[in-house]
Design a protein. Structure first.
Length: 434
């Protein structure tokens, strides 16, 4: 393909947040090219920097490092060729559907008569004919998101950026809107030359996109970039479709790493501290029991999402936790329980807590917190003291979430305790001094 068809090019784009010791790399040297005619889906776990990249591409944010080119020109400020549809509809409630769409045209300096004509045409094209004078509150979520699409398309963007546009909708509305967007895109009746869609949903990405770019986090980086060579309309149940979904799950869930890599280092020590996946222990035990009872020889991870009725993001966090605790191994999109995992799945509640306690004591972040508490007076510390210490390793919001996860896991295993009133974390077996 010639270079003429390149619309967007990111070269070594990095984003750092915070400052001083709290500085952290959210996006690390990302290279990405989007060409005319491509529908690219950007997938990855929460916090890998997908939204950050979209903001950089649309020019709402300047990258800390690296270059962004659009049609060969370095991007300065807002990207006039791109527009974005957000997860939540972001419509002005006091304006009608038509006025909401016209506003985007007004911002581009289109004069009133033309504005009206173009807005009516766009509203018609997204299937909202007859709702021009309705207010957002009178519309369903799916219809509101259609207005979001009409508004984004009003500026005739060459590059349409979608930030999880279907994830706030109910299942049926999401499915019908996906179909409508695909129809618009494939018909070539819109001036959009390329679509870049952030998604959490692997099936959705394989259903819609021509190319999948998979990211990982800590730091956010691209780990896979491959084409979806399936003709439209795609059949979700076809073996080719499922094989691609499976492969993508395999990449996102990663492969079991060596134990040292897997566990990372303790906060404050050289190396990366591995963030614990945010999961609920009952979801984890539920998944382990399900695999134990139904998939002795290993389970296809993508099938588990369906069987357990959970979304892929939650499932990937659960498989990550199972792997981190050595309850399971993951390979090529399959998860298999280890002997320890099987023992855990079969054990009584008390025995489970003991197994869990032995496992978490091996995790550097627990070793660190236990050592800190041991050397503290009365073996207890205020929540915010520990959080501040964790902020040396994680950004503040993340540090708080990590500490919540550590305390949840620690309480389940009866290794840690938390006193709500005094906001104190303590080593279990040591009652809080009053
Ligand atoms: N303005 C900011 N200041 C500090 N940290 C930020 C800021 N914006 C994002 N981050 C952090 O940067 C990392 C990447 O965030 P981003 O929202 O881009 O990820 P994401 O992949 O879109 O996540 P999600 O799927 O949960 O929306 C996260 O750790 C987040 O906490």
């Amino acid at each position: 393909m010639s270079n003429d068809s390149v619309l967007l090019e990111l070269k070594n784009v990095s984003q750092l947040y915070g400052s001083g010791e709290k500085r952290f790399v959210a996006v690390d040297k990302v290279n990405l090219t989007v060409r005319e005619g491509e529908y690219v889906a950007l997938l990855g776990p929460s916090g890998c920097g997908k939204s950050t990249l979209l903001r950089i591409i649309t020019g709402l944010q300047k990258a800390s490092e690296g270059d962004v080119f659009y049609r060969g020109q370095r991007l300065m400020g807002v990207n006039p060729y791109a527009s974005i549809v957000f997860q939540t509809f972001a419509l002005f409630p006091w304006l009608t559907v038509q006025e909401n769409v016209e506003l985007a045209l007004k911002a581009r300096g289109v004069e009133a008569d033309n504005r009206r004509r173009l807005a009516i045409d766009l509203i018609d094209r997204v299937g909202l004919d007859g709702f021009e004078n309705a207010y957002p509150r009178e519309l369903s979520g799916g219809m509101r998101q259609k207005v979001g699409f009409a508004r984004a398309m009003a500026v005739e963007p060459e590059l349409l950026c979608l930030d999880e546009p279907f994830s706030a909708l109910d299942v049926l509305s999401a499915e019908s809107l996906r179909g409508e967007l695909l129809e618009l895109w494939l018909s070539g009746n819109i001036p959009t030359r390329a679509i870049l869609m952030v998604s959490h949903n692997i099936e959705e990405a394989v259903f819609m996109a021509d190319r999948l770019v998979v990211m990982d986090k800590n730091p956010g980086r691209v780990v896979a970039d491959f084409e979806v060579n399936l003709p439209h309309p795609r059949q979700r149940k076809s073996p080719e479709f499922q094989a691609l979904v499976d492969r993508t799950y395999g990449i996102l869930a990663g492969q079991t790493m060596t134990e040292a890599e897997e566990l990372g280092s303790a906060p404050g020590e050289p190396g990366t501290t591995r963030a614990l996946p945010e999961i609920s222990i009952s979801d984890l035990t539920g998944m382990l029991e399900h695999i134990f009872e139904n998939h002795k020889d290993g389970a296809d991870i993508y099938r588990l999402a369906e069987e357990l009725s959970i979304d892929s993001d939650t499932l990937l966090r659960l498989t990550e936790a199972a792997e981190l605790l050595r309850f399971a191994t993951i390979q090529k999109g399959d998860i298999t329980l280890t002997v320890l995992g099987e023992t855990f799945a079969e054990a009584s509640i008390l025995a489970r807590k003991e197994i869990f306690a032995t496992r978490i004591r091996r995790l550097p972040i627990f070793r660190w917190i236990i050592n800190m508490l041991r050397s503290a007076e009365n073996q207890q510390l205020k929540w915010n003291v520990i959080q501040t210490a964790l902020e040396l390793e994680f950004p503040p919001e993340e540090a708080e979430k990590q500490l919540e996860t550590v305390v949840n896991w620690g309480r389940y295993a009866e290794v840690l305790g938390y006193d709500d009133k005094s906001e104190t974390i303590y080593l279990e077996s040591t009652p809080v001094a009053v």
